[in-house]
Design a protein around this ligand. Sequence first.
Ligand code: GUN
Ligand code: FE
Length: 430
Amino acid sequence: MKTKQFVYGIKGNIVYSKYPEKIEICDNSYLLYEGNKIIGVFSKIPDAYSEIQVKDYGDRLIIPGLVDLHVHAPQYAFRGLGMDLELLDWLNTNTFPEEAKYKDTEYAEKAYRIFVDNLRKGATTRACIFATIHRKSTMILMDLLEKSGLSTMVGKVNMDRNAPDYLIEHTEESADETVEWIEEVIAKKYSRTRPILTPRFIPSCTDELMKRLKMIQKSYQLPVQSHLSENYEEIAWVKELCPESAFYGDAYDQVGLFGKDCKTLMAHCVHSDEEEVKRIKENGVYVVHCPESNTNLSSGVAPIRTYLDEGIHVGIGSDVAGGATENLFAAMTYAIQASKLRWRLQDDSLKPLTVAEAFYIATKGGGEFFGKVGSFEPGYEVDAVVLDDSRLLHPQELTVQQRLERMIYLSDDREIYAKYVAGEKLFERG
Ligand code: GUN
Ligand code: FE
């Protein structure tokens, strides 16, 4: 008989997604898990598990941890500031001067600690994070994240052109520092903090650097993250810089950094044309929807309905500091609201996103980039967030589905009661 000694349970109103269309609601149920693997959700504890320890969260909601597939840690310090610009001016005016400060490891330690502490307090359990070009500061960020208990992928950024002198690397230096950084990460033997190759975007990286990064990607089998088709000016610039590429995404694909054998995240995809969407789908590239950033920087609204209908992988990103908040419940709200404006003002053939779809992309959709993450189906990793909505008084009884909807639109860190990442409890409010 199988030993049951490492099987545990948590009890509450369990809410998760299997598909984008529908939210699974299990009132007053048990989530059973063994080690870091979910056994299943049950309305009664099966006889075979009658002896297990159960933590009862009462009438609270239990949801999968949220997944932020695109966030810039060094930009956290200027979130909510300087938003009256479009992408390229915003990068030059706000972003590059701030990122340059991370050459100073003391500043990096101070600023990254604030970012990591706040990320830990929220509903996010997993994140794919941009650091800066600075190797030492990137290691400081990774050390802090490892200690936080969150499960993350972090990238030392690569940039060898079109940046100010104070934030640029020579091609060789950028490639060599990347290898040194990866070796350092391997030597650290982190258990939950992994490296991800991070060419900032095509305008920041020469063809030569991209070729070297492909070699590095291949020899270390790393995933890749970057930006794609966010802003019209940016897209026109890529056309000039890479006249031989058929479209923006093709510039990544020509060097082998666009899906297929190389797991790839592309933030934004606001203005991807038909050919680009086709290649995204064929190559299995993950689209990261960053609706708050796309609004703040007046970039536009990505056609997420099309991507979901096409069966393209879609996750959500805060894109701090393009987005002002790391709160992914807010990101879900922005995704729904932006899709409604797009539908009303731009293209009535694409129906707005539903609450169920926004919840799906913020959990299971993005979680897939990490493996079996973001759902409570059997075999998934145990990432769970317990929500206490008692602060948000209501005069009537609400269904669990209604309570989840209110959490998406109204909650903040005060509603986060407990958090589990990869089977480990990070905290529980006493
Ligand atoms: N494209 C290149 N760099 C950035 C960045 O830092 N933020 C956003 N939103 N887009 C980018
Ligand atoms: Fe970004």
